[in-house]
Every structure is written in C-alpha cells, then in structure tokens.
Design a protein around this ligand. Structure first.
Ligand SMILES: Cc1cc2nc3c(=O)[nH]c(=O)nc-3n(C[C@H](O)[C@H](O)[C@H](O)COP(=O)(O)OP(=O)(O)OC[C@H]3O[C@@H](n4cnc5c(N)ncnc54)[C@H](O)[C@@H]3O)c2cc1C
Length: 174
C-alpha cells in the first residue's frame, strides 16, 4: 500500500476492498499518533477520515510529559519541541481577579518531557501528518466516513462512504 493523504485517493478506491492489520477511524491527533506508532511496529495500517482536509483551528491546547514521550516516540521529537512551549503554572481567577486555583509546574515530569506544554494543534497535526507520509505500510484515506463494522469469523470489515456521494463505499479487512 502506498501512503496517501489527499481526498482524491478515496475516489479511486470507491467500492474496492483494502486489506490492513489495523484500521483507524479518524485522523485527529489521537488517530494520527496511533496510526504512526502501529505502522512503526510493522503493522499495515489504513486510516479513514471523513474530512478532506485538516481542521484549521486549535482545540486541544496542552499536553503533559507522558503525552510528550508518546508523541516523541512517534518520531516527531524535534518538531514537537519546536511547536510547543513548556508551561510554568495553571491559574483560575474569578471576575474580581482573586485566585481560585493555582498549580505550579517546573521542570520535567517522570516521562522526561515538561510537566505541561502548550502547543498549537494544527501545527501538531501537520507534524504528525508529515511523519505519517514517511512511514511504510501506512495509508491515509481522506474524504471517507466509516459507516459500519462487520465481524465475520475473525475478519472485520469496515464499510465506508464518501459523504458527498452516498452509496459509494470501500471496505478494509484485517
Ligand atoms: C470547541 C472545542 C474546544 C476544545 N477545547 C479543548 C481544549 O481546550 N483542550 C483539549 O484538550 N481539548 C479540547 N477540545 C477537544 C479536542 O477536540 C480534542 O482534545 C482533540 O482534538 C482530540 O483529538 P482526537 O484525535 O481524539 O479527536 P478529533 O480531533 O476530534 O479527531 C477525530 C477525527 O475523527 C473523524 N471522524 C469521526 N467519526 C468518523 C467517521 N465515522 N468516519 C471517518 N472519520 C471520522 C473526525 O472527522 C475527526 O477528524 C475541544 C474541542 C472543541 C470542539
């Protein structure tokens, strides 16, 4: 299987069957990291993502030292340092400016990364996508929604549909 991250791949794969060891549904940061980690261990991984391109706005804003270690082990340590910034504290204040809650963070946590780091989610997704493109055995199909799963004697079939072309589907088995 070749790596592909553009939505056009879905069109040519309509109504085809793809074999994979693992199918990941969703290409947000969690799906991206899981797909890369699995493929790094030699599994054939196919990801299906309903949106044809990445969402351009941040949602998640921080990660802890253990998530830092996990993301680094997906092969993006240098880039991750570049797009994140260690945090020093976390404060809640009320409307009068009185402190309600205050945690101080310093240094690295047990997993070796800062206890907390702020980051820009679209930049992280771009990093992980770039890494995913370089890992053998990992295929990303954008523009496909997972619609059903069937388990037939140990072979699981995931049926997908192109949101803009209902009724068209492809399946991955593993
Ligand atoms: C307004 C808003 C604010 C948020 N603020 C924060 C915050 O401050 N801190 C924080 O940690 N988190 C925040 N979140 C949550 C944030 O979205 C997640 O932390 C982060 O994006 C989760 O990553 P993920 O990979 O698990 O899921 P997502 O980023 O949601 O990715 C899941 C992907 O799966 C795809 N998908 C879903 N179903 C299917 C299907 N059937 N077929 C194909 N593809 C599918 C979706 O299109 C999506 O791309 C916020 C979310 C929103 C909406």
């Amino acid at each position: 299987m070749s790596s592909s991250t553009d939505g056009t791949a879905a069109n040519s794969l309509a109504a085809e069957r793809l074999d994979a060891d693992v199918v990941v549904v969703g290409y947000g940061p969690v799906g991206q990291a899981a797909a890369v980690l699995l493929a790094q261990h030699g599994w054939r991984v196919t990801v299906v993502e309903r949106h044809s391109s990445a969402y351009a706005r941040p949602r998640a804003v921080s990660f802890d030292d253990e998530v830092g270690r996990l993301l680094a082990s997906a092969g993006i340590a240098d880039g991750l340092r570049h797009i994140s910034q260690p945090g020093s504290d976390y404060v809640w204040r009320n409307a009068a400016g009185e402190t309600l809650l205050h945690f101080e963070y310093t240094g690295a946590g047990p997993s070796g990364w800062p206890v907390t780091s702020s980051f820009h989610q679209p930049a992280l997704e771009e990093l992980l996508d770039r890494r995913a493109r370089s890992v053998p055995g990992l295929t990303v199909l954008r523009g496909l929604s997972a619609v059903s799963l069937a388990d037939d004697d140990g072979v699981v079939t995931l049926t997908t549909e192109q949101p803009d072309a209902p009724g068209t589907n492809c399946a991955a088995t593993g």
